[in-house]
Design a protein around this ligand. Structure first.
Ligand code: SF4
Length: 956
């Protein structure tokens, strides 16, 4: 106890002491401000750290990190600690709402839940009775896609996806089609052993505590961190080397690294021969239907050329001694070549040399050469050997686990470019030729990965599979491997509202959410009856082309006077901009008021050392008339009579809501949303009957479960016999078969052959060139589309956003603490560029694209690519949204680049406009934006455009 505690005075005056301002405040840190602590899982960003919530008299007083949690081990970031302000946000919705005025007017009446649920059931059942695909059900950055995707399949609509299509699906797909894993939360660098870490851009609001902690470990060990990013903020600022690459050219840079490594013969030949399809034989038969496919035996096994016998042998035969390079003739006379020969021929070409790409990347050739040499030296001269014996799929015993300590990580900006899929494939090629996937020091999978490459599940929703009152025969999202898997009709037209899995975006593993409103309003390819969305701010920062999106949302059919999108149901916890454009609003709880599961069936929180999952428990009761969306969804499912949600006697299958579902739902016998504490006594892991005590066991364990793999299963899991067996038992794999890295992608070649007219399903003529060009089975670089379609003279600069660490999507701008860190945004420009354009610090500037213009305030900075301007993502807000005051800086000074970005590319010959997306996966190409910047004549301190004020929704 301090001297002044009894006086209850902090910093009392001291007559002879130093001035008051120099005296440290005396704070009693021992006062107990809580009467209870509950554990749960943070939802202030996507990392899903374990937190402890301190409560007093049922109110939240404080949040800190859970030290026993596998994800964050006690670390809490600013966002996580500010969760208290999210929970008590003035933007919280408090009651179901039904629109009474014109859509977009913000005129609602409060209704009771029974009326809300009856209305939703009526709207939805009308659709399901006639044509279930007339429901488009899309969710934003929720964490319950295991449930929502299953619900959509039970409803019978193929028109389902979460936000992945405008986030990073091209990268996820590139990984899954290449090595059965992916960057982002599906794997991580081996933080303990890596010595060289190459970071290709990252969304710093998403990849938060785990990446910070990991990079901290690297710093402590003296490992080198190299960051490629046009902007030097966040992780780039603490990297040992920052490379301010020009947006959209990462693939060129990586290709040059591969060129250098191949030229110096610095590749891991053994890894390539044993664990990749590098030695598989590709048919060379120009113009024939089989050209570019793998040569296979009668049993369908791909073949390699056996050096010992000089004959073809099955690729996975343990007796084969495959040749890595070369051209051969099969006994039937066909000419074949190894995959790696083709890869080497491509990347050894002069066009991939550092000198050839340097100017376009904005990176000196000498830097590229040096980075390649550093990678090679670290990988091959600093090899790691762990005393861990293991056995590979072919029965080969390895006395040690050998690794090459180079690791990589990527997310944005690669993902936000139209060339992101092939660029990410090139990064994986670089990792794999160095032999660094799932090895000590390299990039490590997180369970349930590795999956087969690509995963075997196919999307449902072909013609004939969508029927009234009938579930889909499979999930709406999956992985196509040939044109036969596409969701198109006989004329080749898309079957989904977003045109996913059509010739426009054949490998759209997560849909194209950014196209739903545009397509629905234009009835292209058809109209829908109900748009049902959750946590997706599609009328603002999640929309490309905000002005037109707002028009589409209120557009009416001239003949009938009905809205082109007749009914919009929306669920959110907060009064976002989207709320104003819905007809029926189902208010959600905050993350501290509900049950949730972070499931291995969805996007888990696994560690590289083993699988993990976790729950959220309601740590406080809502004092508003709100319900957790997941329970509402199950309730609606039961009211609609969806088979999975209704018992044979017609009663709800999960009357206890989402908590009931989490415990009792089984996706396959013994496999449910949570893997821990299963079986009658709670001792089963992974597979086991439902355990009624499961949630309590999670709570007793700090709301998480983690299973650490034994050492011999921690590496080389794609080819590790013991792991593959174990993963099959656990339900991660259907069969204990090796996941051979697909450097040469046969599924892509099948699409290319279709574009050349081979097979029963071929693209319409207008799509053929695009498919043939981009579905190259070997990674390649092509310029981002927008830059190619507009004049460089008119739009000389790139414009991108960065994700601030202190925010997450649009959510942070309602948070009283986080707003103090970033209450508005600026347009950042390279100092020399600004000077050249006559723009000074603090000037208001117009930013103009081929699609629109905005006005924002400039700040000048040194650490950025000179051809690029940028701003913080999603800070600008529409007046009166998110519970903000009408003169909030987010509305008056903040702005969005979204207004400049078109969801459609400029017209091509024939007038057709493709979506502004990666042509392979449909991923939104946010960062392909090209602009020019001019000092604004109007220097008034207000950003533009200013859309009309929204009507304020009632405060909680
Ligand atoms: S990193 Fe994300 S999940 Fe972890 S504490 Fe911060 S906001 Fe929460």
């Amino acid at each position: 106890m301090n001297d002044f505690a009894d006086d209850n005075v902090i910093n009392p005056p001291r007559p002879n002491g130093p001035p008051q301002s120099m005296i440290e405040p005396i704070v009693d840190t021992q006062i107990k401000t809580w009467d209870e602590i509950k554990t749960t899982t943070c939802y202030m960003c996507a990392c899903r750290c374990g937190i402890r919530v301190y409560l007093k008299d049922g109110t939240v007083k404080y949040i800190d990190g859970n030290r026993a949690h596998p994800v964050n081990k006690g670390v809490i970031c600013g966002k996580g600690a500010a969760g208290i302000m999210q929970h008590y946000s003035p933007a919280r919705l408090s009651k179901p709402l039904l629109r009474v005025g014109e859509r977009g007017s913000g005129e609602f009446r409060e209704i009771e839940w029974e009326e809300a649920l009856r209305t939703a059931t009526m709207w939805l059942s009308e659709v399901r009775n006639i044509d279930p695909k007339k429901l488009a059900f899309f969710t934003g950055r929720d964490q319950s896609q295991g449930l929502t995707g299953w619900w959509a399949a039970q409803f019978g609509t193929p028109n389902y996806a979460a936000h992945g299509g405008f986030c990073s699906v091209n990268m996820a797909a590139a990984g899954l089609y290449t090595f059965g894993g992916s960057f982002w939360e599906f794997g991580e660098p081996d933080w303990k052993h890596t010595k060289y870490f190459l970071l290709f851009g990252v969304a710093e609001d998403h990849a938060s505590n785990p990446l910070k902690a990991g990079m901290g470990k690297l710093k402590a060990r003296g490992a080198k961190i190299v960051s490629l990013n046009p902007i030097r903020t966040g992780y780039s600022a603490i990297a040992d080397e920052w490379i301010g690459i020009r947006p959209g050219t990462d693939g060129l840079f990586v290709g040059a690294l591969i060129h250098e490594l191949l030229s110096a013969q610095k590749i891991d030949g053994e890894y390539l021969l044993r664990y990749t399809n590098s030695p598989w034989l590709v048919i060379e038969s120009e113009g024939a239907a089989g050209d570019g496919l793998f040569a296979r035996n009668a049993q369908g096994s791909a073949l390699v050329w056996d050096a010992h016998s000089g004959t073809p042998m099955p690729a996975l035969s343990p007796d084969a001694e495959p040749k890595l390079m070369g051209r051969f003739t099969l006994p039937d006379g066909r000419r074949v070549v190894t995959s790696f020969q083709l890869i080497a021929e491509r990347f050894l070409a002069a066009e991939h040399s550092p000198d050839a790409v340097a100017a376009r990347c904005g990176v000196p050739a000498a830097t590229i050469k040096r980075i390649a040499a550093e990678l090679a030296r670290t990988a091959f001269e600093e090899q790691i050997e762990l005393d861990i014996p293991w056995t590979d799929y072919a029965g080969r015993f390895h006395a040690k686990t050998v690794g090459r300590p180079v690791s990589m990580h990527a997310m944005r900006g690669i993902s936000a470019h139209a060339n992101g899929f092939q660029t990410c494939r090139a990064i994986h090629l670089l990792q794999i030729i160095l032999g660094t996937i799932d090895v000590p020091g390299g990039f490590r999978y997180k369970a349930p990965f590795p999956k087969p490459s690509p995963p075997g599940v196919k999307p449902a929703g072909k013609p004939g599979q969508v029927k009234p009152n009938t579930p889909l025969p499979g999930p709406p999202l999956g992985f196509v491997t040939s044109p036969e898997d596409l969701l198109i009709c006989e004329e080749g037209k898309p079957q989904r509202i977003d045109k996913a899995y059509s010739w426009e975006a054949p490998l759209a593993a997560h849909g194209l959410m950014h196209m739903v409103i545009t397509n629905a309003a234009k009835r292209d390819p058809y109209g829908i009856d109900v748009l049902f969305m959750y946590m997706a701010n599609m009328s603002w920062n999640s929309a490309m082309n905000v002005p037109d999106t707002l028009k589409y949302l209120i557009a009416k059919d001239e003949k009938t006077g009905e809205y082109m999108i007749p009914k919009i149901i929306y669920s959110d916890a907060y009064a976002s901009e989207m709320v104003h454009y819905a007809d029926l609003i189902l208010p959600d709880t905050t993350y501290l008021e509900r049950w949730d599961c972070i499931s291995l069936l969805d996007r888990p929180i696994s560690e590289a050392d083993g699988p993990a999952d976790s729950i959220r428990q309601p740590v406080v009761e809502p004092e508003r008339d709100v319900r957790p969306f997941q329970s509402v969804l199950l309730d609606l499912g039961a009211r609609l009579g969806l088979p999975g949600m209704t018992r044979l006697d017609g009663l709800p299958r999960y009357p206890g809501g989402y908590a009931d579902y989490i415990v009792n739902h089984e996706r396959a016998p013994g496999i449910g949303p949570l893997a821990g504490f299963r079986g009658p006594n709670g001792k089963a892991q992974g597979r086991g009957t439902p355990n009624p005590e499961q949630l309590q066991r999670y709570i007793d364990n700090g709301c998480h479960w983690f299973y650490e793999l034994p050492d011999h299963m921690k590496y080389y899991r794609h080819v590790n016999w013991a792991y593959l067996d174990w993963a099959t038992f656990f339900g991660f794999l259907a069969r204990p078969e090796p996941v051979i890295h697909q450097l040469y992608s046969e599924p892509l070649q099948k699409f290319r052959l279709a574009a050349r007219g081979h097979g029963k399903i071929v693209p319409p003529a207008e799509h053929r060139k695009r498919i043939e060009t981009h579905f190259d089975p070997i990674p390649f670089w092509y310029p981002p589309f927008e830059g190619e379609m507009v004049s460089e003279e008119d739009f000389p600069l790139h414009a991108v956003t960065q994700r601030p660490m202190a925010m997450y999507h649009s959510w942070g701008s309602q948070n009283a603490w986080l707003r103090q860190i970033l209450g508005r945004n600026w347009l950042y420009m390279a100092r020399e560029q600004a000077v050249r354009l006559g723009i000074g610090e603090g000037d208001w500037v117009n930013v103009i694209s081929h699609h629109g213009a905005i006005k924002g305030q400039a700040k000048l900075m040194d650490g950025q690519n000179p051809e690029t301007v940028w701003t913080w993502n999603a800070i600008g807000k529409r007046t009166n949204s998110w519970g903000l005051a009408a003169d909030a800086p987010e509305s008056k000074k903040g702005f969005l680049l979204n207004h400049l970005i078109s969801e459609l590319l400029p017209e091509r010959e024939g007038g057709y406009r493709y979506s502004n997306s990666d042509p392979i996966t449909g991923q939104a190409a946010w960062y392909d934006l090209r602009v020019r910047v001019e000092r604004a004549e109007d220097q008034s301190a207000v950003s533009a455009p200013q859309f009309g004020k929204l009507k304020k929704q009632r405060r909680a």
